[in-house]
Design a protein around this ligand. Structure first.
Ligand code: PA5
Length: 429
């Protein structure tokens, strides 16, 4: 079970924040706070469409049977969660792994780079592919443009009927251009529930279909989220991990910290950091308020951001993520010559060296004036990943309410679109 260490924040400061975090917690449980219509993710690990989930697992198997590549087309909350889970549990090297029986998963529609789209097309080459277009609104420009492109590619390769069997849409149950288009063309569809916003949707078909297609145990993922849902519902005060995290980050924010840096020592965690940044940035950054969420991947970033972390402006705090590798890792061997002077490490696993790097970094940064929280995930498995996802979502909702904002809207995202559409001459823009 996930554990959080908030000892960098004094008990008095945590206690001072607790009443407001408890208030946020109550609002989430009662689904009564600002944006309550988007809080169905709170009960999602229990309350989801079981028949649709069975159909989803069948679709994942079918994709693996018919395609070497699954092209996931989506942006923001419509792709970050699945990418994060696949990278974290399987590795960023998953695609192209020799002998695997599940398809490569390639992500498109998350930028407007023609070059990137061309390179992705080259990467697919002449391999068979299936497309999963994901958009809750159904009309977001980036995925819509990429989908038009891949749909045409599929129709050229497989014909209209053949393409129909290779296009799956994940979208609203009734509204939006994508839903209309999919019904018109006869594509299989999966539903993004009304009450779940994009960045809270990883445990809906948005995340679950690509994750299942990659061969990850989605039952275990959901069961981990369920365990954390129960813990968040029942654990009292600071024993509730999500409330402890929300109280600690709230206290640090109020004491002048403006940036939270999520730091992991596992390179597979990089996209979890991207997912977390979207979750917290889009949920809290409004009305001139909110911690700026940043992430680093150690030890690589100790050689780039490490200097700033140690001695830069003291307006940040760090949240370390700890995971235990399931493989046990590789051990450094003794070398009779010891020409590189590394025999002091002989017999130690690389993970043990990584653990020492973590301990050393945490101490150095603490000594350098950076308050350090730690989230310990226990082991690196689908169940613990499910716990982590729910934990971060719940703490984010509570944090947003503690801050006094609506954590479930994103009014600021529209500004760039307005300008872009005007420049592109969109009718009515
Ligand atoms: O969290 C959010 O709501 C956003 O990041 C959306 O997920 C993102 O803008 C994509 O929207 P849509 O799924 O409607 O295409």
């Amino acid at each position: 079970m996930l554990r959080i260490d908030t000892s960098a924040v004094s008990a008095a400061k945590l206690e001072a924040l607790l009443p407001r975090t408890l208030e946020g917690h109550k609002k989430l449980q009662a689904k009564s706070g600002a944006g309550a219509e988007y809080t169905d993710w709170v009960t999602l690990p229990d309350d989801y469409d079981k028949d649709e989930y069975k159909r989803l697992l069948g679709a994942a198997e079918r994709i693996a049977g018919q395609s070497e590549v699954l092209v996931v087309v989506g942006i923001g909350g419509s792709y970050l969660g699945s990418r994060a889970v696949i990278d974290y549990l399987l590795s960023p090297y998953y695609n192209g792994t020799a002998g695997k029986k599940t398809p490569d998963i390639l992500f498109a529609g998350c930028n407007l780079s023609g070059d990137a789209l061309q390179k992705l097309t080259d990467r697919i080459g002449d391999r068979d592919f299936t497309i999963n277009i994901i958009s809750k609104s159904g009309g977001t420009t980036e995925p819509a443009v990429a989908f038009r492109y891949f749909r045409a590619l599929a129709e050229k390769k497989y014909g209209k009927d053949g393409a129909r069997k290779r296009i799956i849409a994940t979208t609203d149950k009734a509204r939006g251009i994508l839903k209309t288009l999919s019904d018109g063309e006869g594509y299989e569809t999966f539903v993004i529930p009304d009450g779940v916003g994009g960045r809270y949707s990883v445990l809906t078909p948005v995340g679950l279909l690509p994750i299942a297609a990659a061969g990850i145990d989605t039952d275990a993922l959901i069961s981990g989220a369920y365990t954390m849902m129960e813990a968040c519902k029942t654990a009292k005060g600071l024993e509730n991990p999500a409330l402890a995290y929300a109280a600690a980050r709230g206290a640090l924010y109020e004491s002048g910290k403006k940036i939270e840096v999520l730091a992991s020592f596992d390179p597979d965690f990089v996209y979890m950091g991207e997912w977390w940044k979207q979750l917290y940035g889009e949920s809290e950054g409004k009305e001139g308020k909110g911690l700026f969420p940043a992430s680093v991947s150690y030890t690589a970033d100790l050689h780039s951001m490490g200097q700033y972390m140690q001695q830069g402006e003291r307006t940040l705090f760090e949240t370390f993520i700890r995971t235990k590798s399931p493989t046990g890792g590789i051990t450094v061997e003794a070398d009779p010559q010891n020409a590189d002077g590394l025999n002091f490490l002989a017999g130690k696993s690389i993970d043990e060296i990584n653990d020492a790097a973590y301990e050393g970094t945490k101490k150095a940064h603490t000594d350098g004036g950076v308050p350090c929280l730690t989230v310990d995930l226990g082991c690196k498995c689908a169940k613990c990943a499910g716990e982590l996802i729910y934990f971060f979502e719940y703490a984010c909702g509570v944090s947003g309410y503690t801050l006094g904002v609506n954590p479930f809207d994103q009014p600021g995202v529209e500004a760039y679109k307005k300008n872009m559409f005007e420049l592109l001459g969109k009718p009515g823009a």
